[in-house]
Ligand binder design. Structure first.
Ligand code: C5P
Length: 231
């Protein structure tokens, strides 16, 4: 099972992104392109980063009616990214449609689904979304739905990796944002752990943004994440 650190390149221009990636001249980290960067630069940024030799997780979190999501993923599959995602709350039929659209063109790609955002607390989920269950149960249920729909894993907090693996199997991927070094501020994230704890909890990939992009020395912060998560 591959384990890796994915850097969330949450920048608003190609220039800022490539300047940041210049910090890693000897390495080719797995890179996450999210909404901010993709909406600023379009598909060209995906090609640019792939051409530099990085693997790409395109994190656009699609959530719409099944037909729209299927067609959108068919278009995104042409970008040949290594990983992309939808929201599990779009239901099993939306995820099945997503899988059809994506895997028809990119059978070796990794399509995953967001369970509950790592910025969501149980209290907010219950009060704002009227989901009247414990948060880990909701994540576990969404993970089972994701598996039923034929996707390869979920985005969740490392805190939920054990229950997801227990229910869905050890080869069902847990891709886990909400990562902070012990000394970092949480910011808008709620369900956070350190890279070392994510390793103990069995996460397959950790997604790290500000703890690397905002570090005084991003290269050192990345190496620290790798050491804490992989060793
Ligand atoms: O800066 P930070 O490490 O909090 O960044 C986390 C990244 O992971 C952001 O790009 C965010 O959009 C993404 N993400 C998340 N929680 C999810 C899904 C994606 O934080 N459930």
């Amino acid at each position: 099972m591959p384990k890796d650190v994915i850097i969330a390149c949450d920048f608003n221009s190609q220039e800022a992104t490539l300047k940041f990636l210049d910090n890693f001249s000897n390495e080719k980290p797995f890179v996450k392109i999210g909404m901010e960067l993709y909406y600023a630069c379009g598909p060209a940024i995906v090609e640019k980063i792939k051409d530099r030799g990085h693997k790409v997780f395109l994190d656009l979190k699609l959530h719409d009616i099944p037909n729209t999501v299927k067609k959108a993923l068919s278009v995104l599959a042409d970008l040949e990214v290594d990983m992309t995602n939808v929201h599990a709350s779009g239901t099993i039929s939306m995820m099945e449609a997503a899988a059809e659209g994506y895997y028809a063109k990119n059978p070796n790609g990794i399509l995953i689904a967001v369970t509950q955002l790592t910025s969501t607390t149980e209290e907010r989920m219950q009060k704002d979304l009227l989901i009247d269950k414990p948060l880990p149960d909701v994540v576990a249920h969404y993970a089972l739905n994701t598996k039923k729909a034929g996707l390869k894993g979920v985005v969740c907090s490392p805190l939920e990796s054990p229950i997801v693996h227990e229910l869905c199997g050890s080869d069902f991927l847990t891709v886990t944002p909400g990562i902070r070094f012990a000394t970092d501020a949480k910011g808008d994230q709620a369900r956070v752990t350190t890279p070392a704890d994510a390793k103990k909890l069995g996460s397959d990939y950790i997604v790290v943004g500000r703890s690397i992009t905002g570090a005084a020395d991003p290269y050192e912060a990345y190496k620290q994440c790798l050491a804490d998560f992989l060793n």
